[in-house]
Design a protein around this ligand. Structure first.
Ligand SMILES: NC(=O)c1ccc[n+]([C@@H]2O[C@H](COP(=O)([O-])OP(=O)(O)OC[C@H]3O[C@@H](n4cnc5c(N)ncnc54)[C@H](O)[C@@H]3O)[C@@H](O)[C@H]2O)c1
Length: 360
């Protein structure tokens, strides 16, 4: 990907105040794009967006509900984007158990509103709708899901995202045939990276325990995860948006997996790695209490399509992704009053990653 593609491109991001959205804002600004965002205020305190004052990187910073079509459409009209990234969502599986109705409305009606606004705003060349690896029907059968695998969703979050996939496909078929805009959906796994203070995330729990010299409680110490860094799928989305915007854009319409590598690391080893990086004396205690909610034992994506057509692949092993994440938090807590330094560090991480990846 040549950086020149993004120079002065007008980009509209929904969910720009969230974890992935904030990374997208920083990366796109670094690449020279003019970015507008539409989302609710960030929830966690601290949070990436407010603490690094990312609003100053934006052309427009709209704070409104994705369920409000009129406000969304006006915001898009005013921003006149060439490219749209739709990330706004109720993004937590646990929250979806407690608030299923809002999860469904935000994720499904929100996506419909976005697609409808995209249809009406003719200057948009490409749109990426972000769903998740949880959209597949997962019966713990050790399948490596590819883009044609059956959709499903055990919990409400997963099923709402599977609905977004079906909705986007039918919207494209029904209304976008003669439209200039090319639309794709993207599916990636749980990501880690600096700035994710979302509740119930193990990396955040580790960082807070080590920073505040508290004991660290972990459940399922032997559970393994592939721990994909957020820059990996985000750069895949950028590459795909570039292809969709090109003269052969039609070929790239559809769904794309950007899954993590098959290399796993256990929760206990993650905690030990963090402890070492923070030079912490905190005790790691294994909690007996088990999670009641359903969690897939095995979830793996086949991302061969992204490799074949975009040359996209995962570059960093879980240990490296975790090191980058813990390093980021270390810099953040050591420079709380120096936002510039944390932003420079974030950009440095991206510059180093960009040097490593061949498809960029
Ligand atoms: N972070 C991950 O590991 C991961 C993995 C797979 C898929 N995803 C998907 O990627 C996207 C971004 O994830 P994230 O981790 O940054 O989530 P996040 O929870 O950090 O951010 C969600 C964003 O959506 C906005 N939002 C939520 N409800 C809204 C509403 N009603 N109206 C307007 N905006 C609203 C929030 O304000 C925020 O900006 C989501 O669609 C999520 O489902 C994330």
């Amino acid at each position: 990907m040549k950086n020149s593609f993004w120079k002065n491109k007008k980009v509209f991001i929904t969910g720009h105040t969230g974890f992935k959205g904030s990374w997208l804002v920083i990366i796109l600004r670094y690449l020279g794009a003019k970015v507008s965002g539409y989302a609710l205020d960030p929830i966690s305190k601290p949070n990436f967006f407010d603490n690094l004052e990312l609003s100053k990187f934006l052309e427009n910073d709209f704070r409104a509900d994705i369920k409000n079509f009129s406000k969304l459409n006006k915001a898009i009209k005013r921003s006149k984007p060439n490219i749209v990234f739709h990330l706004a969502a109720q993004s937590s599986v646990l929250v979806s158990y407690n608030n299923p109705e809002d999860t469904l409305k935000t994720n499904i009606i929100g996506t419909f509103n976005l697609l409808e606004a995209v249809k009406l705003n003719k200057n948009i060349k490409s749109t990426i709708v972000v769903t998740t690896d949880k959209v597949y029907l997962n019966e713990d059968e050790k399948i490596n899901f590819d883009e044609n695998s059956k959709l499903g969703g055990y919990d409400i979050y997963s099923s709402s995202k599977a609905c977004c996939e079906i909705l986007t496909e039918s919207f494209v078929k029904s209304f976008m045939n003669k439209n200039n805009c090319k639309i794709a959906t993207v599916r990636s796994g749980n990501c880690i990276g600096g700035g994710d203070w979302t509740k119930d995330r193990i990396v955040k729990d580790c960082v807070e325990a080590f920073i505040h010299k508290r004991k660290l409680l972990i459940r399922s110490p032997n559970s393994t995860r592939p721990w994909q860094h957020v820059m990996e799928p985000v750069c895949g989305y950028l590459k795909l948006a570039e292809k969709l915007s090109g003269k052969n854009g039609k070929r790239y319409v559809g769904s794309w997996n950007f899954g993590p590598s098959r290399v796993n690391l256990s929760v206990l080893n993650l905690a030990k790695l963090g402890k070492k990086i923070f030079n912490s004396k905190s005790k790691i205690i294994i909690e007996k209490k088990r999670i009641k909610n359903h969690e897939a034992k095995y979830l793996s994506l086949n991302s061969k399509k992204s490799f074949k057509y975009l040359k996209w692949k995962v570059y960093m092993k879980p240990e490296i992704s975790l090191k980058l994440t813990f390093d980021w938090f270390k810099i953040f807590y050591a420079n709380k009053s120096n936002k510039k330094k944390v932003i420079e560090f974030t950009i440095k991480q991206f510059q180093n990653f960009k040097k490593m990846i061949k498809y960029f």
